[in-house]
Design a protein around this ligand. Structure first.
Ligand code: ADP
Length: 322
């Protein structure tokens, strides 16, 4: 059966560039003769029926905006059989033939559940954490990196003026991609990641002391959220080294802001491809980017893939920051 009407929603943690993806989905679908509805508030909106018709102008002036005009949510109800049935009923009553879900791995699991019940879904990776294994860059990751880098540069100015140490906590409960790349970009003396076990004395204190012995007198330690408490680490550093140390938790500012050019282009390409896949009659796929190309994977396969941290990059980061 040819697809006539599709729905698009954003789900889970928001990410800059989600709007650019929504825009691409809506415009590609309309320009290929499909009807499009926007589903507001993630899977919750699907359950309650917060579903609105989209036209070409519904997505005007959003490519440069962070957040998501469709709103996002975590929907515990959607994970129940009753919630899922309500969602499917809404799709049927709105005559939606296929769904594009922009979100992270949790959202893709939801999309997979819908597909298993006979409802075609395509996932687009929108998450600042870059923790979708089949995809080299997820939507929002590049923007988050640049936001962190700019904020750390500002911190660095004042750390240098006062000869202090700064412990900066960035997002990434289970994934250290933000911490590693930001650490390289700002020249952090130590980078602590959830993927790599560390020894506080050897990997933080000794490195600071060594750098100090060659004349360095201001320091930044980048810590991924999942690794420990920045405040406690700062206290420990100050106690052991005598260097005045402050903690900064960047928090949710990392999720917002104007998407970078990279994220806008990536989101546009992924959005367009997601619609093409539905038109081609495909479902249960995740759109991804590899070596600059847009590709797609079965959701189940995508979720079972493991992403490994680039250890050479980590070693290089440590070597050149001393
Ligand atoms: P993200 O998509 O950013 O990983 P979440 O993990 O919070 O964010 O997932 C977003 C939503 O997707 C959840 O609120 C829930 O409705 C749905 N979801 C998450 N995990 C599952 C799952 N295992 N099965 C079905 N739906 C899920």
């Amino acid at each position: 059966m040819a697809i006539k009407k599709i729905g698009v929603l954003t789900s889970g943690g928001d990410a800059p560039g989600m709007n650019a993806a929504v825009r691409a989905v809506v415009r590609t679908a309309l320009n290929r003769g499909l009807q499009v509805v926007g589903i507001y508030g993630g899977y919750d909106g699907l359950i309650t029926g917060d579903i609105r018709e989209m036209n070409l102008r519904s997505v005007a002036n959003i490519i440069n905006r962070g957040g998501t005009i469709l709103g996002s949510a975590r929907s515990p109800e959607f994970r129940t059989e009753e919630g899922m049935q309500k969602a499917i009923k809404q799709c049927l009553s709105h005559e939606i033939d296929g769904l594009v879900v922009i979100g992270g791995d949790g959202s893709f699991r939801g999309a997979q559940d819908m597909t298993r019940r006979g409802f075609p879904c395509i996932g687009i990776p929108g998450t600042i954490d870059n923790d979708i294994s089949c995809c080299e860059h997820t939507i929002g990751y590049d923007t988050a990196l640049n936001t962190c880098m700019e904020l750390c540069d500002k911190l660095r100015d004042t750390m240098q003026s006062h000869g202090r140490c700064s412990v900066v906590e960035v997002m990434g409960r289970h994934a250290g991609y933000i911490a590693l790349n930001v650490g390289i970009a700002i020249g952090a003396t130590s980078i602590l990641l959830p993927e790599i076990a560390f020894d506080f004395q050897k990997d933080v204190i000794d490195r600071m002391e060594e750098a100090k012995s060659t004349g360095k007198n201001d320091f930044i330690v980048v810590v991924a959220e999942g690794v420990g408490h920045a405040e406690e680490m700062a206290k420990q550093i100050q106690e052991i080294t005598g260097i005045e140390t402050r903690a900064t938790i960047l928090g949710h500012v990392q999720r917002g802001g104007t998407p970078t050019l990279f994220d806008r282009v990536l989101a546009s390409r992924m959005g367009a491809r997601a619609v093409e896949l539905l038109i081609e009659g495909k479902s249960n796929r995740v759109v991804a980017e590899q070596v600059g190309r847009i590709v797609d994977f079965d959701i189940e396969q995508a979720l079972s893939m493991k992403k490994t941290l680039d250890m050479d990059l980590y070693r290089m980061a440590l070597e050149i920051s001393m």
